[in-house]
Ligand binder design. Structure first.
Ligand SMILES: C[S@@+](CC[C@H](N)C(=O)[O-])C[C@H]1O[C@@H](n2cnc3c(N)ncnc32)[C@H](O)[C@@H]1O
Length: 305
């Protein structure tokens, strides 16, 4: 692991060491700010995960393999991979195993969790291309389009601004790259049943919505699936240049016009009688209302200009 102080184009960060592993710290959570920034943070997280697996009849291996299988990076898009809110690094062995040549950039805001990730994965990371760094996922010290892909599980609901967090990850992934994230959020249909109330009563984060309404526009190949008995969502998409929508395809039929004319070409209101006359005449002439209006307006403009 070798990261110069300016490797992310922002900084300089404070450089801490976990053994011989350099950890640039751009911003870290205050100690004891929450359960992720205390001495035994990773053990507390292990207990929470074990409880979750016991409740849902799963285990860590099954979960992490499911997440990594779903990530499914295409050749050429697996060289630089960002892992945000990596916590104690439970995904790392599975990610490294699947993508042995990738350079992983492993991030969390809690130094204590990342420290555990390094100590627990010492053998796995030895000789691998990996950079650990501490910062807020809402403000990544990384240039636009730097990564081929980004992977996240379990931290989004804790972000101070979920939209900012999603857009920030999107910003640093290049077009064609995969972005995958998941967290608590029971499927809507479960909210109609008592089991939904039971789950939300235990952990209010289960009430969180899948943040589809907060995503950026440049998305292709979107998919949503649920894990843990439909209690956690998992979103995966490919960053695209944006929707390719032709605004100028004319409608056939009475109204006519296109997406562009109907939205950007709206005129002021006219008297209802005049409107009726216009619709009648267009109909009798066998042309669309838009064609009729555009014709008489053009002629009127020529006459009065
Ligand atoms: C429940 S743990 C999940 C850890 C790991 N991804 C996993 O699946 O085991 C949530 C993690 O999100 C991190 N986190 C919360 N807010 C964050 C933020 N704004 N930026 C980066 N990490 C954050 C926490 O520090 C914690 O390590």
């Amino acid at each position: 692991v070798n990261c110069s102080e300016t490797c992310f184009g922002q900084g300089p960060p404070e450089i801490l060491y976990v053994g011989s592993v350099q950890v640039p710290v751009f911003l870290k959570q205050e100690r004891e700010y929450n359960e992720f920034s205390i001495d035994n943070a990773a053990e507390i997280h292990d207990n929470a995960m074990q409880w979750l697996h016991n409740v849902h009849g799963t285990d860590e291996k099954y979960l992490r393999e499911t997440l990594v299988n779903h990530f499914a990076l295409q050749p050429g898009f697996d060289k630089r991979v960002l892992v945000t809110s990596a916590g104690a690094g439970n995904d790392l062995e599975y990610l490294f195993d699947r993508y042995p040549d990738a350079h992983f950039y492993v991030q969390d805001i809690a130094y204590e969790m990342l420290e555990a990730a390094i100590l627990r994965n010492q053998e796995i990371i030895s000789g691998k291309k990996v950079t650990f760094f501490v910062c807020d996922a809402l403000d990544l010290p990384i240039e636009d389009n730097f990564f081929d892909a980004a992977y996240h599980f379990g931290g989004i609901n804790l972000f101070s601004d979920i939209k900012q967090g999603l857009h920030e990850t999107h910003r640093v992934v290049r077009e064609g790259g995969v972005i995958q994230f998941g967290d608590e959020g029971i499927a809507d249909w479960m909210k109609n049943y008592e089991i939904g109330d039971v789950l939300i009563n235990n952990n209010s984060l289960y009430e969180c919505r899948v943040p589809l309404h907060l995503l950026p526009l440049e998305i292709d190949d979107f998919s949503l699936r649920y894990l843990f008995n439909n209690c956690f969502y998992l979103v995966r998409y490919v960053k695209s240049p944006g929707p390719k929508i032709n605004l100028d395809v004319s409608h056939r039929g009475t109204r006519g016009g296109s997406l562009r004319t109907r939205f950007y070409g709206k005129l002021e209101g006219v008297s209802p009688e005049l409107k009726g006359d216009i619709f009648d005449l267009a109909s009798r002439m066998g042309i669309s209302r838009v064609e009729f209006l555009e014709t008489i307006i053009s002629e009127g403009l020529k006459k009065y200009d």
